[in-house]
Each structure stands twice: as structure tokens, then as C-alpha cells.
Design a protein around this ligand. Sequence first.
Ligand SMILES: [Zn+2]
Length: 269
Amino acid sequence: MERRYNGSAWHDRFLPRLTSAEVQALPKEEALVVLPIGAVEQHGSHLPVYTDTLLAESVLDEACKYVPERYAVWLLAPMPYGISSEHSGRAGTISLSIPTLQGVLMDIAQGVRESGFRRLLLFNGHGGNSALLNLMAREVRLKTGLMVFCLNVGGLTIEEGLITEKERLLGIHGGDYETSLIMASYPEWVREERLGAEYPRLEEHSRYLRFQNAGFAWTIDDVSESGILGDARTASADKGKLLYDRQGRQVADILMELTSFEIGKLKQQ
Ligand SMILES: [Zn+2]
């Protein structure tokens, strides 16, 4: 029988794998609990709708390879759904409403707190979730007292040369970056014969508005016919492997730092 939870992250760092008594007995002072959050939404004609959840899981999985055992980093079961309203109306998109995700996040955080933990990282694989996660991080901190952190896969540094500047700015959905990562981790999930390219004419029409800052509200129907933003034709599994390696190491460094970060020490004495 093929099993789903393979690999070191799921063997050594998957919190739900433990019994209640084992969770109770864990040292909590420095433990970091990580909630991966993804989305189920259309990703063009070549990528599965599960892409963002797979990416969040896989980057974490890679990161765990570089976290020595002494660091208490614990993964929760991934939240597969997110806020995908910008893709609503396209088949396969299943979006939570904003109040639903707010409620789910708060409930999960309460459980983390009640289990005795002090630190929670919201590890996000879908750009459409990030605004709400930042807001909710503070709400959770206020309600539970947890230290709460947010990390977006899309915000990680990509080294010069791996992805073109145009792709970096505009290739935010189903382009070179995401396609390369899925090719490297789930090659049989990619429809290689249907790799496409489409960029919105944003630079022609605005000097200031971009997806990253000076933003604007958009839905996929405003900016793309095919459902993608970016160029998937330049994607490759080799590029994906390099991206996993670089991003895994970055995330590992951040995870390790967060196990000793103390928010109570930030104020000048
Ligand atoms: Zn995506």
C-alpha cells in the first residue's frame, strides 16, 4: 500500500503523529509549531488545483532536512484550503470565505495554546492568503498570548538568474517558479504538453501598480485569459530542484531562529 506521510518531516516532525501523552510531555519553551496553509484553485491548464498546498508542504519538507534534531520544530496537518476568491468561477477552485478562515485559524491556534505551546508559525503557500494571515496573526496573539509568525513562500528570496526579472514581477501564478517546483516534486501531476505563457499588460498601463506593492484588487478574469500569470514554458525540474534547495535552506534558517526568538525581549530597557 502506498502511504501518504513519507519522508523525514512526516516521520520526525509531524505533531499529529504523536499520542496525546507524548505531546503533553514535549518541551514547549522553544518549540515552534508550524501550520502550513495552501489553497485549492485553478492554476491554468498545466498545474493541479492543489498546487499551492503541495508547495507549502514540499518547501517545509525540504526545509526540515536542514534543521538539526535539537531544534523543536513541529508541523501540523496542512490546511489545504485558503482564500481563493480571485479564482472563483473557474472549475476546481474551492475557496473559504474570509470569516471561515478567520474562525479556523483561531480555533487551531487555541488548540496549540491549550496544548502548552508558545510559538505558532503560519507558513503560507498562496499569495491570496497573506493579507488575512497578517491580520489574523495579531488577532491570535491578542486572544491567545502565543507568539505568532507569518512566512510566505512567495516572499522568499530567489537568487539572481534563476527566474527572470519579468517573471519575478509578473509571474505570480502558474508561471516558471510554481511550475518548476511542482515538476521537481510531483512531476506526474504536471501536464507537460500544455505549458503556457501569459503576462498582464500592467507595465504598459501603469507606472506604479504592481502585484507586490502599490497594489490593486484583481480577479483572474481581469488579468488573464488562460488562468496563469507567467511563463511556464521555461520551467524545468532541474530549476525546481535548485529552488527547493535554496528555499529549503532559507526556511530552515528562519525556523531555527524562531525557536529562540522571544518577543518579550524586544523593548529597550
Ligand atoms: Zn499558486
